[in-house]
Design a protein around this ligand. Structure first.
Ligand code: GCO
Length: 263
């Protein structure tokens, strides 16, 4: 019996056309799931379909705005028609705006909250009825170090990801009785396009100060890769985690456990 086998399961990965979402989508597919993803544009959808095909995965790609409840409700119905009832939802789509709080426009703050917190609510609300109908479901919310810690310039992102941690716990509380497990993955500092500005090589060829800082704060002494997140996602999407609920699994190389290397 393979507790990690996702054969026969339908997964939806929001923002699944690139970066972490793509890695998770491919990983869930390699574990047996039929993977669907949504993104914000047809161009992104086509790039995503090519990327999945290159990974040997036949994905189902859709264009739908995660902040639009009508669009996401319609997408869930379309996936039910075309693929099947969604068993696994990965709320991965996210944005960040690094702006000092006193300089941040309210609309920028609200936009981050809409994508990073309200959208996981919308998408979870859309898939839960089907999960109840099937008698099981897995919701995985992509949280962050900022679900636990703050830092300069990321007030909106930290507020959203902190809220996402508690939304995770609340979905667990409200729907655990329907055999729905809702957990989070808290990536540490992962080398992606989103963190590229924090790793830019300096004009003198030295590492970005933030890059050096993260290395000093990470026992693993490296940035994570999107592949580091795949095993935890397969675990939380599988029967291996049927009694794990409301948990945020930090995949951070030990950052949250470590005071940091003495300079
Ligand atoms: C930042 C980074 C982080 C990471 C990730 C950490 O500006 O501090 O973007 O937010 O992206 O969320 O878990």
């Amino acid at each position: 019996m393979n507790l990690f086998d996702l054969t026969g399961k339908v997964a939806l990965v929001t923002g699944g056309a690139h970066s972490i979402g793509l890695a998770l989508g491919v990983g869930l597919a390699k574990a047996g799931a039929t993977v669907c993803f949504n993104c914000s544009s047809e161009a992104s959808r086509q790039r995503g379909m090519e990327a999945y095909a290159q990974a040997g995965v036949k994905a189902h790609g859709y264009v739908a705005d995660v902040t639009d409840e009508a669009a996401m409700t319609a997408l869930v119905a379309q996936i039910r028609q075309e693929v099947g009832i969604i068993d696994i939802l990965v709320n991965n789509a996210g944005v960040i705006k690094r702006i000092p709080m006193t300089e941040m426009k309210v609309e920028d703050f609200s936009r981050v909250l809409d994508v990073d917190l309200v959208a996981p609510f919308i998408c979870s609300k859309a898939v839960i009825p089907g999960m109840i109908e099937k008698g099981h479901g897995k919701i995985i919310n992509i949280c962050s170090m900022m679900s636990e810690l703050g830092r300069e310039t990321v007030s909106a992102y930290a507020a959203a990801k902190g809220g996402l941690k508690m939304l995770t716990k609340n979905i667990c509380s409200e729907y655990g009785g329907a055999n729905i497990q809702c957990n989070g993955i808290g990536p540490g500092y992962i080398a992606t396009q989103q963190t590229a500005p924090l790793r830019e090589v300096q004009p003198d060829g030295s590492r970005h100060p933030f890059d050096q800082f993260i290395i000093s704060k990470t026992p693993a002494g490296r940035w994570g890769t999107t592949d580091d997140l795949v095993g935890p996602a397969v675990f939380l999407a599988s029967d291996a985690s049927n009694f794990v609920n409301g948990h945020i699994l930090y995949v951070d190389g030990g950052i949250l456990a470590y005071i940091g290397k003495q300079p």
